[in-house]
Design a protein around this ligand. Structure first.
Ligand SMILES: [Zn+2]
Length: 308
């Protein structure tokens, strides 16, 4: 491995076999439905092999460590095999309002089944997003993460449709989840913005990392600051979905420790952090390039307990 230069704070190695599978520019909800089908229909061996290639790509492009979301176990397996420095966040998605604590317990069991991990690999917990989890699940995940001293990573405020679902109970994301039959019958919106909702569930704290945060307002920034959470933004994915304002500058101005990540190859064409820095610079007029480079520097990994 070349001398590490970069730290990638958000990836889904297990989706590396879906590189180029979905053309860019599609609305997020449509992309989501494609991902669900593709994940179901492709064999796990394909995912594991592509994740191993992706780790080699990370190392070759100067990334020294990664925060990776893992739902299928294949990303975790590839990280174990490669002994690549990482936190592997076990992802939890469960829509049943009664089974939240059970889903979290099952996740912890899955983690114990990994047995002894190489010293390069630690575990975290990732309740996927406010719209794919339940209040009980979020509360249980936050309490288990604290008990096991693990980081918590949650995707939040990625799109205006997510905000609309949580504030008003309407919109494309809400309708998609209802139409595919996963939204519990009688589901009611909490009538709160997603960040405020996560806060009400006790999920925000100094060991919480929130991914995306594209659709945020000043009330969200205030909560993030008060709870001392960290944030990760993903320039390549931002461009892929042709999203609006890139939130990096607002987050940094509000004093939120913010990092850069590639997200997965299902919504990005490369895992090269140098490209992410270029994209972030292009998306953040007025923000000094050195500031952006610093947020993606390998030294930043020390904030997550990596030895840099
Ligand atoms: Zn993600």
């Amino acid at each position: 491995m070349t001398e590490p230069r970069h730290f990638n704070a958000h990836c889904h190695l297990e989706l590396s076999h879906l590189r180029g599978a979905i053309p860019p520019g599609m609305p997020f909800v449509e992309w989501l439905s494609h991902i669900v089908t593709l994940k179901r229909n492709r064999p796990p061996e394909e995912s594991r092999a592509a994740a191993a290639d992706a780790i080699r790509e990370l190392a070759a492009s100067g990334t020294g460590g990664v925060l990776d979301i893992d739902a299928m176990g294949t990303g975790n397996a590839a990280l174990r095999d490669a002994r690549f420095p990482a936190i592997s966040f076990t992802e939890i998605i469960d829509f049943d309002p009664a089974l939240g604590a059970w889903a979290v317990d099952r996740t912890i069991e899955r983690q114990s089944a990994y047995g002894e991990l190489p010293e390069t690999l630690r575990l975290g917990v990732s309740p996927h997003a406010p719209y794919t989890t339940t209040p009980r699940l979020l509360r249980a995940a936050a309490s288990k993460a604290a008990e096991y001293q693990q980081w918590l990573c949650i995707h939040v405020s990625e799109t205006p449709e997510e905000t609309e679902m949580f504030v008003a109970g309407t919109g494309a994301l809400h309708d998609y989840l209802r139409d595919v039959g996963v939204l519990p019958p009688g589901w009611k919106p909490p009538e709160m913005r997603p960040v405020a909702y996560l806060n009400a569930m006790g999920a925000l704290g100094p060991r919480t990392l929130l991914a995306h945060l594209n659709d945020i307002d000043d009330s969200d920034l205030r909560i993030l600051g008060e709870k001392r959470v960290s944030a990760v933004v993903c320039p390549g994915t931002h461009v892929y979905f042709d999203r609006g304002e890139f939130p990096l500058r607002r987050l940094l101005d509000a004093g939120i420790p913010t990092y850069l990540g590639t997200d997965s190859l299902a919504s990005n064409e490369s895992l090269d952090m140098a490209r992410e820095i270029d994209l972030a610079a292009a998306l953040s007029p007025g923000l000094p390039r050195e500031t952006i480079e610093d947020r993606a520097a390998w030294e930043r990994a020390a904030d997550f307990g990596f030895e840099t």
